[in-house]
Design a protein around this ligand. Structure first.
Ligand code: NDP
Length: 601
């Protein structure tokens, strides 16, 4: 499938579309859900119940406290239990475990990575999902299953937001302050608040003026819309005029549900997402059984990561949209041996495969959307990995319904919000409800996203230690901050296509280090300044960052089109030889029993 015109014309169009969207304010175009906007992040799922503060003394300290009860906390908690650690406390501002899946209950929420590798600990918990991609409600249930299976509810504290973290050098513990007035104590603390957890709103002039109803997709208001997270009709919207601002991965999943239920639906688009085939289906475990012997999930995870990052494996166990483009690249490289197998050959194969893929995606729009002008406006003009690729089989069809209106802003975005609705150009769209599908903060200061700034040894703030940018060993250990573990993909594997895989490995690493500290009777474990410096130098020498292609249309994958340098770049670095090698490296590091770079005291 090809686009009309030459490839050069296609690429010139990519550049024109990018320039239209480039804006000097970058990340500052968004406003935080704070102050007058704080109600946008109230918990709609669990009512806040007042309680007395928990004040703990040194002898009450748990072994490990984990800030965040999402996959990071659950997977680390599970690994700690497997290592025999007794007192593990999850702390979360939500009313239950689940993190992303606790908050994001919008209709249509579903994982985009195949459930057999996206859902962790399937073998350990004995659960098998029924479909290739699992709905959000079942993913949340799986989170609860993990918490029950590994007894992680026992010491958990929910509906509680951490506001401070202070190292107590006398007792060699962390003191955790919260918005409930708690002073909790823990020997070790992990911070795993998730890379995309702080909802952001578009800084559109007049956003506070709207007098109708409005909410952010991560706090879906079923009391207004009716329906439920499993997709029951949104009966509350039957006669309403609903606007949704944003067309990223979240909007792509909830628009079909809104389209079915709303009186009128206006989809305000700045940049169309690329919508590839989803092809969800029931899993046939008779067929899969030969590939699922003991230890299967680990092999599947590795297989997916190898293929998705351009490696070669005997077979594709997962077979989904994420591995498709990599397979095309590999096939091209192998089919053109005369070009060699170096970086230039890889880059050429990547560009050709991407040109082919994006032409297919644009052609798919034409084959589904009836109105040619609407179809044209829904076509993405950029390389597939410039923005989060989306996979859906009903999103595009929604625009064939008479009650659904695409309002394309030609890259400019919504200009103004009024008391009555949304302005685009000179047209005011009167609405009863505005839904913000405007995403989450990425690339802002960590202390904004975490909500606190840890104070380590010698009263040093982490923000001071990281004044030049994030600095760790393995993305996890920070000199001057003993017994603190930062959990996330950065400065480690940086595998974006399957976030839980990063967390499975991180959890095992934390458990191994804590178990070693217990074995040695050590009260502290801390990375040396030298080991931390060497790790950052290694990452910087490799120059492998998440996203960052300056020729891409702006978005959170490339720092909204702003330069990626200095501190911003540091926070986006990954292991120079990629995720597969990182996972092998960290396993060997753990299992050697030497824990090179750490000092146990
Ligand atoms: P995104 O940040 O991806 O999307 C925000 C949207 O808001 C974009 O379409 C953006 O346009 C638009 N926008 C911002 N400002 C304006 C404006 N002034 N006028 C009009 N539109 C505007 O957020 P999402 O919540 O969709 O997704 C966040 C991430 O969460 C995903 O990228 C993905 O990683 C993850 N996710 C994963 C899912 C899964 O695995 N199943 C499902 C959903 C989300 P523009 O593109 O021009 O910036």
């Amino acid at each position: 499938m090809t686009d009309p015109g030459t490839l050069d014309e296609v690429h010139r169009r990519y550049e024109r579309e990018r320039l239209k969207r480039l804006r000097p304010d970058g990340n500052d175009q968004y406003v935080a859900a704070e102050g007058v906007f704080a109600h946008y992040v109230d918990d709609p799922h669990t009512p806040r119940v007042e309680r007395d503060p928990i004040i703990e003394s040194a002898s009450d300290a748990v072994d490990v406290a984990f800030i965040g009860g999402g996959f990071a906390g659950l997977l680390t908690g599970a690994a700690l239990r497997q290592a025999g650690i007794d007192r593990v406390r999850l702390i979360d501002k939500g009313g239950d475990v689940g993190g992303t899946w606790y908050w994001n209950r919008y209709p249509g929420a579903m994982c985009d990575t195949a459930s057999l590798i996206y859902l962790p600990l399937l073998e350990e918990t004995g659960y098998l999902p029924s479909e290739k991609y699992t709905g959000g409600a079942d993913i949340l249930e799986h989170c609860r299953r993990i918490a029950r299976h590994f007894d992680l509810y026992r010491d958990a504290v929910f509906s509680t937001e951490v506001t401070g973290l202070d190292w107590d050098d006398a007792d060699r513990q962390w003191v955790i302050s919260t918005d409930r007035g708690d002073h909790l104590r823990a020997r070790h603390v992990c911070v795993g608040t998730g890379p995309l957890h702080k909802a952001k709103l578009p800084g559109i002039p007049g956003i506070g003026d709207f007098t109708g109803h409005s909410f952010h997709t991560s706090r879906w208001d079923y009391s207004y819309t009716g329906g439920d997270p499993r997709g029951a009709p949104l009966t509350g919207l039957a006669n309403r005029r609903v606007g949704i601002i944003g067309t990223g991965a979240t909007a792509v999943q909830c628009v079909p549900h809104l389209a079915r239920s709303a009186g009128e639906l206006y989809v305000f688009q700045r940049t169309p997402s690329s919508i590839d085939v989803r092809a969800n289906r029931t899993l046939d475990y008779d067929e899969l059984a030969p590939k699922m012997g003991p230890g299967w999930q680990r092999r599947w995870l590795e297989n997916f990561t190898i293929l998705q990052t351009g490696g070669i494996a005997d077979e594709d166990l997962v077979m989904d949209g994420w591995t498709d483009i990599s397979q095309r690249i590999r096939d091209r490289v192998l089919a053109n041996p005369e070009r060699g197998f170096g970086p230039d050959a890889m880059l050429a194969a990547y560009h050709e495969s991407d040109d082919e893929k994006m032409a297919e995606i644009r052609s798919r729009v034409d084959s589904i959307v009836d109105d040619p002008a609407t179809a044209d406006a829904l076509k993405p003009w950029y390389r597939q990995l410039c923005k989060r690729p989306c996979f859906h089989d009903e999103y595009l069809d929604s625009f064939n319904r008479p009650n659904v209106h695409l309002v394309d802003t030609d890259g400019r975005g919504v200009e103004r919000i009024t008391e009555r609705g949304v302005m685009v150009g000179d047209v005011e769209f009167e609405l009863d409800c505005i839904i913000y599908a405007s995403g989450f903060e990425v690339g802002t200061d960590f202390q904004r996203r975490w909500g606190f700034d840890p104070v380590g040894r010698g009263d040093q703030l982490l923000s001071d230690a990281w004044a030049e940018g994030m600095s760790t060993l393995h993305g996890m250990h920070v000199h001057g901050f003993p017994n603190l573990f930062v959990i996330g993909p950065s400065q480690a594997a940086n595998l974006i296509s399957n976030i839980p895989h990063n967390l499975v490995e991180a959890g095992r690493t934390v458990a191994a280090v804590v178990a070693e500290a217990e074995r040695l009777g050590a009260e502290t474990v801390e990375v040396t300044a030298e080991a931390e410096r060497d790790w950052v130098e290694l990452l910087e020498s490799g120059g492998r960052t998440f996203g960052g292609d300056p020729s891409c249309t702006p978005g959170y994958y490339n720092n909204e089109g702003q330069p990626i340098e200095g501190a911003t770049r540091r926070g986006m670095l990954g292991y120079p030889t990629g995720p597969v090698e990182y996972f092998r490296y960290i396993e060997a590091w753990r299992e050697s029993g030497e824990f090179a770079g750490l000092v146990f005291d």
